[in-house]
Design a protein around this ligand. Structure first.
Ligand SMILES: Nc1nc2c(ncn2[C@@H]2O[C@H](COP(=O)(O)OP(=O)(O)OP(=O)(O)O)[C@@H](O)[C@H]2O)c(=O)[nH]1
Ligand SMILES: [Mg+2]
Length: 451
């Protein structure tokens, strides 16, 4: 199975609460405040991992949760920070928010993006000491961590893609060189979905090759689902241009023109396809008489070298002679297959992980943090209840009288929509607790609806 799409739900850790504690020492009757801060909640981090090829692992574990920060403790002990969760994803993963906007693009090996931030830990009571308040009975409540639902898309990222008209033997080649077993049949458009296979060299190194549907003339204008099929080629690093040797033998000029047509479609499509190195293969070489094969391959290489339409621009050439490399292959007999595999490993350098910069990398990537994530308020535990601190909410609440039914409702919906009610419940608010918002005070009555 190859998964190129998955929806995940990520939850960063909640910050630990600040501690409300006082020093207790022998012979010191009234110790000062000694409550430590809560630890910060853990982040959820995506990491582009070059050894991964698809998103299957996340399909089976779509819920990702980072650890909460620990609560602060007495004796000024800060709570432990919640450990981050690092989620490895394949290079080429794009992350979209639930509104469909691009959150980030993990295009480089080693790229690391924080997609949900842990909540800050609450401040311990010793931080609330002032000249007039020597024994603060108040401590900060840890913030909620960000929670998000994200769509991950993997733009196919293969080392090479098979390119050519329909029914030329692309799937047969993939079967021959890799572990994949795409369907092969004697009619066009047998392949309609990309199929990925792994090619192994003797030394154990691997490459991935993708078999995609055949292209028709006009593909770059959308003919025969051309846009979609060309898009599959975009994140392949190399192309294997497949031409049937029997067609070349039957009508050389037509085969050469067809070769130029495909090149034209690559150029017209853009997105860097015309810059991809192209290895040329004359497949079904077994259908050509053995004594004519070498000459046919040479003739085709010459035609590419001399082509006026610059059909040769990105064709892979022999390092010494500078001649275009054309490989005669047969999926029936295996002729030329080792040469093709060798050419692939020569042409495609191994992906190197880019050095990971510990800081600033998120800014360097295309990263647009969601605005709805972090809470826009802070919550403090006070004697007898909680205080809600948020400029916006405090301002909106000015003049409201919680004893009046209409005002109470207005205040309720204000706090509800800001997420304060949920946060209070999670912080352990109990019926009868005193809640303070700016200059307003009211009594907490739990909502019995489930979260
Ligand atoms: N004799 C011979 N036949 C081959 C060879 N390679 C492929 N074929 C035949 O060519 C036909 C097309 O092969 P496919 O591999 O399905 O071709 P394709 O390019 O993937 O076709 P689409 O997916 O339809 O675009 C099938 O009948 C294959 O058996 C070969 O090397 N020699
Ligand atoms: Mg096919």
């Amino acid at each position: 199975m190859f998964s190129d799409r998955v929806t995940i739900h990520v939850e960063a850790g909640r910050g630990g609460d600040g501690s409300l504690a006082f020093r207790r020492e022998k012979f010191v009757p009234r110790g000062g405040p000694a409550g430590g801060d809560g630890g910060h909640g853990g982040d959820v981090v995506l990491l582009a991992e070059p050894s991964l090829r698809d998103l299957t692992a996340l399909r089976f574990a779509p819920h990702v949760r980072a650890a909460n920060g620990s609560h602060g403790e007495g004796s000024q002990k800060t709570g432990a920070t919640g450990g981050p969760v690092i989620v490895p994803v394949p290079v080429g993963t794009q992350v979209f928010g639930d509104d469909g906007s691009l959150v980030c693009d993990l295009a480089h090996a080693g790229a690391r993006v924080v997609i949900a931030r842990g909540g800050r830990g609450g401040a311990g009571n010793r931080r609330f000491t002032t000249a007039t308040r020597q024994a603060p009975r108040i401590a900060g409540v840890g913030e909620e961590g960000e929670t998000r639902t994200l769509d991950l898309h993997l733009k196919l990222l293969a080392d090479a893609a098979l390119l050519g008209f329909p029914n030329v033997g692309k799937s047969s080649l993939l079967r021959r060189i890799s572990n994949a077993t795409p369907k092969v049949a004697d009619y066009p458009f047998t392949t309609i979905e990309p199929v990925l296979g792994t090619v192994e060299a003797h030394d154990g190194s691997q490459l991935t090759v993708v078999d995609v549907p055949g292209l028709l003339e006009g593909a770059s204008d959308g003919v025969g689902l051309g846009h979609e099929f060309l898009a599959h080629l975009e994140r392949a690093r190399t192309l294997i241009h497949t031409v049937p040797a029997d067609d070349v033998e039957a009508d050389f000029a037509a085969a050469r023109d067809g070769f130029a047509v495909i090149w034209g479609e690559l150029k017209a499509h853009g997105h860097g396809l015309a810059d991809r190195p192209r290895i040329v293969v004359l497949n079904r070489i077994d259908l050509v008489a053995p004594d004519l094969r070498a000459a046919l391959v040479e003739r085709f290489a010459d035609a590419i070298a001399e082509d006026d339409d610059a059909a040769d621009e990105n064709v892979v050439r022999d390092a010494e002679s500078g001649r275009p490399i054309v490989i005669g292959t047969s999926c029936a007999t295996g002729e030329g297959i080792p040469s093709l595999i060798a050419a692939l490993f020569r042409t495609i350098p191994p992906l190197e992980a880019e050095p990971v910069r510990a800081e600033g990398l998120a800014d360097y990537l295309v990263y647009r943090p969601g605005s709805a994530g972090r809470a826009g308020f802070r919550l403090f535990r006070e004697e007898g209840g909680f205080r809600v601190s948020a400029k916006g909410i405090e301002e909106a609440a000015v003049g409201l009288d919680p004893d009046r039914e209409a005002d109470a409702q207005r205040l309720g919906s204000l706090l509800e929509s800001a997420g304060v009610i949920v946060a209070l419940r999670r912080a352990g608010a109990k019926e009868g607790d005193d809640i303070r918002v700016g200059s307003i005070r009211f009594t907490y009555v739990p909502d019995t609806r489930p979260e």
